[in-house]
Design a binder for this molecule. Structure first.
Ligand code: F6P
Length: 354
């Protein structure tokens, strides 16, 4: 019997369970067996899997998190060999890797070793190359938008500046969309460093126009011009990422000092990743899961499931891999490409600054 295996890797994201259900239902309908590896690549290294049947995916469509568990495990070259051997020994026909740029980079490495793989693009950050949108993004945008709506009333009541820190490590998609949707007065993204003066100027201008409060939506990866990101710790994770955090608090102090307006900061953090996915994300995740199973069943591997316009298609994984410098070793390495906010889109947000 043919067998699909699945794993979820990297930070969790609303819609993971909907993808798992989509893959499972489509594969079972074709008479394939389905298994799940626990906790991302760690599960394949340890050969830790369990069978998934229709009952196991019943009632999970609307649930956040992942029934498979997840981890940020970055396999060494030797572990990649072990992964290939373990998948073969377990009789896996195709592996569906559901994850962000890190997980998909590993998927491409094992595909190069002859393992049939299909990737599904996951991240609330929405910054994966090759697809118009990742699942989980819409949910995060809705959570951040609701937060901005709520911050408006308290900011206005107290005549304060409220600086809200929104997830987005390298790309500011969530801050951009929720900033536009929530009517933030300033939106700050990793892609477009700004000076403190230019930020304070907008706030002072609002004040001069009779607006006694301002909302600043800042992505966690934003940098003041000439500065680096604000870090919680510079310890690197398995994939060479620093842990960001604190940019809202830092800006809040600087803005209060410079403008003399009382200011507060709020960090939305993991609330943006937890809980139930929106209807849009449930549908997108379901489409991704079903498409991943269909690609696997028809033998089209080495593909990433991708939203292009209104269509969900399979695109080649390899051309999406680019060379970057590994922060840990300082050496070049190959990894999944990223997708940034364009200047045109940022200019749209700027129309509403002030
Ligand atoms: O990549 C998704 C993301 O939510 C980023 O926006 C954030 O910087 C990171 O994951 C935080 O992940 P964790 O706290 O799980 O290490």
């Amino acid at each position: 019997m043919k067998k699909i295996a699945m794993l979820t890797g990297g930070g969790d994201c609303p819609g993971l369970n909907a993808v798992i259900r989509g893959v499972t239902r489509r594969a079972l309908a074709e008479g394939w067996e389905v298994v799940g590896f626990r906790n991302g690549w760690a599960g394949v290294i340890k050969n830790d899997s369990f069978p998934i049947d229709r009952a196991r995916v019943a009632g999970i469509l609307h649930l956040g998190g992942t029934i498979l568990g997840t981890s940020r495990t970055n396999p060494t070259d030797e572990q990649l060999d072990l992964i290939a051997n373990n998948l073969k020994a377990a009789g896996v026909t195709v592996l569906v890797a559901i994850g962000g740029d890190d997980t998909l980079s590993v998927a491409s490495r094992i595909h190069k070793r002859g393992v049939p793989v299909v990737g599904v693009p996951k991240t609330i950050d929405n910054d994966i190359a090759g697809t118009d949108q990742t699942f989980g993004f819409d949910t995060a945008v809705n959570i951040a938008t609701e937060a901005i709506d709520r911050l408006h009333t308290t900011a206005e009541a107290h005549s304060r500046v409220l600086v809200v820190e929104i997830m987005g490590r390298q790309a500011g998609w969530i801050a951009l969309y929720s900033g536009i949707a929530g009517g933030a007065d300033v939106v700050l993204l990793p892609e477009f460093p700004q000076t403190l003066d230019s930020i304070c100027e907008i706030i002072k201008k609002r004040q001069a126009n009779g607006k006694n409060f301002s909302i600043v939506a800042v992505a966690e990866g934003f940098k003041l011009e000439g500065e680096k990101e604000v870090l919680q710790t510079d310890k690197l994770d398995a994939f060479g990422h620093v842990r960001l955090g604190g940019v809202a608090e830092r800006l809040c102090k600087l803005i209060e000092d410079k403008t003399g307006i009382e200011s507060r900061s709020v960090v939305l953090g993991h609330t943006q990743r937890g809980g139930t996915p929106t209807a849009y994300d449930r549908v997108l995740s379901t489409r991704y899961g079903v498409k991943a199973a269909e690609l696997a069943i028809s033998g089209q591997t080495g593909k990433l499931v991708s939203l292009r316009g209104q269509d969900v298609i399979g695109v080649d994984l390899d051309p999406l891999i680019t060379q970057v410098i590994d922060k840990k070793t300082g050496k070049p390495k190959m990894r999944m490409g990223n997708r940034s906010v364009s200047k045109e889109l940022y200019d749209l947000a700027k129309v509403f600054f002030g």
